[in-house]
Design a protein around this ligand. Structure first.
Ligand SMILES: Nc1ncnc2c1ncn2[C@@H]1O[C@H](COP(=O)(O)OP(=O)(O)O)[C@@H](O)[C@H]1O
Ligand SMILES: [Mg+2]
Length: 206
């Protein structure tokens, strides 16, 4: 088993499952959390991730197959998706692919799912197209405010990780998002993003 990533939330290994290349995601115990709460959080996120990865396929987006879930151990075996993380693409490619990311996020929101962790490390460009990962923080919600929180986070990620192309890639993302949700809803969500940004600014002043 090869360690791919030691994350704040989970460790990721490359392994195999019934002869298929597989990603094993293990949510390990956090010593700073009380035992009962820690177990609850890890179990909830593991089960939620497995459920959402499978459910969202029915919307017509591509997510890895879930091979196996061990609820007790808080482990998920996922189909390994070969490809490149969007984060590691060239600036030009990122700008272009942002439109497809916007479409995927639009489809999630249209179907009442907030992803909760929209970053350029949670999308893989594979031969079958763009694949979205990491549903541990996702929520079922139709609230404009929740959808705006998703977009706001993504904008922040562009701002910090892809600063030179933030304007172009944000515009491209919104173009894709608008294609799915239409102008009325998109403008509502974008207005809410502005409200959140203002809130943030005032919070900093105080
Ligand atoms: N199914 C998969 N196929 C290929 N790589 C994956 C897969 N799942 C995760 N990874 C890799 O592991 C990294 C972390 O996985 P992720 O599910 O996003 O966990 P984290 O909560 O630590 O961000 C991803 O950014 C990607 O590089
Ligand atoms: Mg991730």
């Amino acid at each position: 088993m090869k360690l791919v990533k030691k994350g704040a939330e989970a460790d990721i290994y490359l392994t195999s499952w019934n002869g298929h290349d597989s990603i094993l995601k293990i949510r390990k115990k956090k010593d700073y959390r009380v035992d009962l709460l820690d177990t609850r959080i890890r179990t909830l996120r593991t089960m939620r991730e497995a459920k959402m990865i499978s459910e969202t396929k029915s919307f017509g987006i591509t997510t890895p197959l879930v091979y196996f879930v061990d609820e007790k151990k808080c482990e998920i075996y996922l189909q390994f998706v070969p490809g490149k993380l969007v984060k590691d693409l060239s600036a030009k490619q990122i700008v272009t692919i942002c439109k497809d990311m916007g479409k995927i996020v639009g489809i999630l929101h249209k179907n009442g799912v907030m992803h909760g962790d929209l970053t350029t490390s949670n999308f893989i460009l594979s031969r079958q197209g763009l694949v979205i990962l990491d549903f541990g923080l996702s929520q079922k919600t139709d609230q404009i405010d929740d959808h705006a929180i998703d977009l706001r986070l993504f904008k922040e990620v562009l701002n910090s990780a892809h600063a030179q192309i933030v304007d172009k890639s944000w515009a491209s993302f919104i173009l894709g998002y608008r294609k799915i949700l239409g102008s009325l809803l998109t403008d509502k969500v974008l207005n809410q993003v502005l409200v959140i940004e203002k809130r943030g600014r005032y919070a900093n002043v105080i």
